[in-house]
Design a protein around this ligand. Structure first.
Ligand code: AMP
Length: 545
């Protein structure tokens, strides 16, 4: 849903990924531009951030700016630091520097304040991205999930870029039918050669807005007239504030540890607040778990990896022991605990597929960045509102110095999740992560059962070496196709295992309705009316009209 200005017109679907990765020239130049004589923030625990000279009330126009660009706020945002600016949905701002993909330097056109704002909270004025109903970077599966939220009535809708047609869009509408209950219908919005759009050839429109307005007045053959735009979830924040994008060592006294959440590989984990306002999760690193230098090196890599299926690393406090790792807070905790507790136990098959898809998608991103996780498991996936799943602790296993975490002798080494070549020869690769993903799938579809139940680590190593693989569970519903996917993840030869790209597409296109036996007989065809094509809903079929 990010809307950075520099490429707003191009509207590539994965723009956020391209913009965000590690190429930030640094905040220093930009801060110096506006902070002029004032010292840049340095991670000095003795000095509070409030000491940084306030500049946003003394705007100075940047001479480099050649043309005026106005953005409009799509969400509310409350300032977090001295260098950023608060705004409300609908506020207009003039961009004076957009060279940082994440933080734009703007002048607020009502308050006159100058400072940074998160680029993914705003969109160019009058652009399609500024419309409440337009959802960028949302897949069909995610659209289903958002629209099916209980509070949304029939006719709630959104428009998103098409996954199949680079110039087209899809209209997703929540519908209800006696036989199916609530479900989502997806319509293709096709572009016309000379500009304009249509769903049905007999009704063409110059703009997407006109199309939406027309179908909001009359269904014209859609399942339902468009009623209300789907509520947009808050965009992801990647940093605590603009000053912390590159300087993310923060004073420890700005963090308040409020509640212990659990104990992980590295030490205690707490729910806390930064500056008494922003919710965060704080991992405290047990002394001796890893060297500070190695950790900071790894954390610097993690900080640059930004994907909506990876838990954001906000900041660290590494000046004293124990080191704090300050992360995005995920309200429902680890996937493993979630699956075993009341709420997780009630997840339906579709929810499980959605989690499988999200984890594969986060791992696909790591695959493209050639980063190996090394400890992918349900305990290292976190769950937030609406069953959003994100992977955490990627890369950290590499720097653990603890003997207990050593492949050969450590009692805490995750033998049951680790590929044989990684256990025996230490050959970790993205393909050993694929093996672990297969184990995670088994955890998921058995609602958090320990893998290889009843077997000890050593036995698992020996049996797996001889070709033994976990059997298809009899206690839980698991389609043969998904069990086959698990077996392919556990292929002895790493090169024969699927890629995460494949796994993402597999679970994204997985049609739950054609899988669940009791529903199968109910959904065979879509009735032909007003130009709808009659089609059987099959796997991978996403849009029709
Ligand atoms: P870990 O060190 O990742 O194994 O974390 C231990 C426990 O702390 C997990 O099982 C979660 O319940 C919780 N936890 C870790 N990170 C977070 C987070 N970012 N948000 C919420 N809970 C977390």
């Amino acid at each position: 849903m990010g809307n950075c200005l520099c490429c707003a017109q191009k509207r590539p679907r994965h723009r956020q990924q391209q913009t965000f990765i590690g190429l930030n020239p640094g905040l220093e130049g930009k801060l110096n531009n506006i902070l002029e004589q004032n010292p840049r923030y340095t991670p000095d625990p003795q000095r509070s951030h409030a000491d940084i000279i306030r500049t946003k009330h003394t705007p100075t126009r940047n001479n480099q700016i050649s043309k005026t660009r106005i953005v409009v706020a799509v969400y509310d945002y409350k300032e977090r630091d001295v260098s950023d600016v608060s705004f409300k949905k609908g506020d207009r701002m003039e961009v004076i520097d957009d060279s940082d993909g994440d933080w734009l330097n703007v002048i607020h056109l009502t308050t006159g304040e100058q400072g940074f704002i998160p680029g993914n909270f705003v969109a160019p004025e009058l652009s399609v991205e500024s419309e409440d109903w337009f959802f960028e970077n949302v897949s069909r599966k995610e659209a289903d999930k958002l629209l099916l939220a209980e509070e949304n009535a029939r006719g709630t809708f959104l428009v998103r870029p098409s996954e199949h047609n680079p110039h087209g869009y899809s209209l997703s509408v929540k519908d209800w039918e006696e036989m199916r209950g609530y479900h989502v219908k997806h319509y293709k919005i096709k572009p016309l050669d000379n500009g304009g759009f249509y769903i049905s050839t007999n009704k063409t429109f110059l703009t997407l807005s006109e199309l939406v307005q027309a179908y909001s007045r009359n269904a014209f053959g859609l399942c339902h007239v468009l009623s209300k735009p789907c509520p947009k979830p808050q965009p992801q924040m990647w940093d605590l504030g603009p000053a912390f994008r590159d300087d993310w060592e923060i004073p420890r006294d700005e963090i308040k540890l409020i509640k212990r959440l659990g104990r992980g590989n590295f030490g205690e984990v707490y729910y806390g607040k930064w500056r008494d306002s922003i919710e965060v999760a704080v991992k405290t690193l047990r002394e001796g778990t890893m060297s500070t230098a190695a950790f900071l090196q790894e954390a610097a890599i993690m900080k640059k990896f930004r994907h909506k299926r990876l838990v954001a690393l906000y900041a660290v406090c590494s000046k004293e022991e124990p080191i704090y790792i300050v992360q995005e807070y995920m309200s429902k905790g680890s996937l493993l605990d979630f699956l075993r507790k009341d709420e997780g136990k009630t997840l339906d098959f579709e929810d499980l597929i959605y989690v499988a898809f999200q984890v594969a998608s986060g791992m696909e991103y790591l695959e493209t960045k050639q980063l190996i996780h090394r400890d992918l498991a349900a305990r290292n996936v976190l769950i937030g509102e609406n069953n959003i799943a994100k992977i955490c602790d990627f890369g950290l296993a590499r720097v653990i110095e603890d003997n207990e975490y050593c492949p050969k002798q450590g009692s805490r080494f995750p033998v049951k999740w680790t590929a044989p070549e990684a256990i025996v020869y230490g050959r970790f690769s993205i393909k050993s992560d694929v093996w672990s993903y297969g184990i995670l799938l088994m955890e998921l579809f058995t609602f958090g059962q320990v893998p290889y139940p009843g077997m000890h680590g050593r036995e698992v190593i020996e049996q797996v070496e001889k070709g033994y693989r976990m059997p298809k569970p009899t206690s839980h519903y698991l389609p043969d196709d998904i069990y086959k996917i698990m077996l392919s993840c556990w292929d002895n030869k790493p090169e024969n295992r699927p890629t995460f790209e494949f796994l993402t597409h597999y679970f994204e296109g997985f049609n739950v309705t054609s899988e669940i036996p009791y529903r199968r007989s109910l959904i065979k065809t879509i009735p032909r009316k007003l130009g709808y094509e009659t089609k059987t809903i099959q796997k991978h079929e996403t849009e029709y009209f």
